[in-house]
Design a protein. Structure first.
Length: 250
């Protein structure tokens, strides 16, 4: 995610600068009027209407300064609201990955238990059950296709989180390869090919346990990585609440 930093002037700073400029104008006007004959000459040469017009100009200027400060405050308020929306989207991506990891961990362990029972039976018959592919291997292989995290992830993730995601993707790919092999060999009758399938099934069982372990650790890592965004959004929401009360006059 590209982060853009913009230099902005706070409402307080703009108000202080405007007030100082106003006071400086008053001071200069007072000096000219009290310590110089120029105002009297101007007054003699002009009329009361000129002075009323000058006073009106000052009032308009003060009003414009107050309006600009308020508009600036509203724009900053809207920018904070947009930033909260951006952070909410980022947190939703963290939550989406964590949910996928947790749900997949449960599926992986259930399939591993089923595969373990099939291997126990195959130890006696020397071949895996015929229905293993249709009812278990094919659906599980399709589910594992959801695990495809890579370097294109658009949210900030630390080294430990990236390691977990990378390991989960690696083990998921290995598992799918073995599942494809087992699916092709499910109907072989005895012989070397059936024995190879049994050996591959034991290797798959081990890989499934490693995959489940990596999936279990992903939510905790993402929880740590999401902490800065979560803290920032809480601070922004508190600031927005205060600004809403001020804008509404509460």
């Amino acid at each position: 995610m590209a982060l853009q930093l913009r230099e902005m002037i706070s409402v307080r700073t703009a108000t202080v600068v405007s007030l100082l400029s106003f006071l400086l104008g008053i001071g200069l006007s007072t000096y000219l009027y009290v310590g110089s004959p120029i105002p009297n000459k101007c007054y003699d040469a002009g009329s009361d209407a000129d002075w009323w017009a000058a006073a009106g100009t000052w009032m308009i200027g003060i009003g414009a300064i107050m309006y600009s400060a308020r508009e600036l405050g509203i724009k900053i308020h809207e920018r904070r609201e947009a930033r909260v929306a951006e952070l909410s989207s980022i947190l939703a991506q963290y939550a989406g990955i964590a949910y996928t990891a947790l749900s997949m961990a449960g599926k992986v362990r259930n399939f591993r238990d089923t595969l373990a029972r099939a291997i126990e039976v195959a130890d006696e018959s020397r071949r895996l059950a015929h229905g293993l592919r249709e009812f278990y291997i094919a659906p599980m292989a399709e589910s594992l296709s959801e695990i495809k995290w890579d370097k294109n992830i658009s949210i900030p993730i630390g080294v430990d989180g990236l390691r977990r995601l990378g390991a989960a993707t690696y083990y998921a790919d290995r598992c799918r390869i073995l599942m494809s092999y087992l699916g092709e060999e499910r109907g072989e009758q005895g012989g070397t090919r059936a024995l190879d399938a049994l050996v591959m099934a034991r290797e798959l069982e081990d890989l499934l346990e490693r995959l489940a372990s990596e999936l279990d650790g992903i939510p905790d890592e993402l929880q740590k990585d999401a902490a800065p965004a979560r803290n920032l959004i809480e601070a922004l929401r508190a600031r927005l609440a205060d600004e809403d009360r001020a804008l509404l006059g509460d």
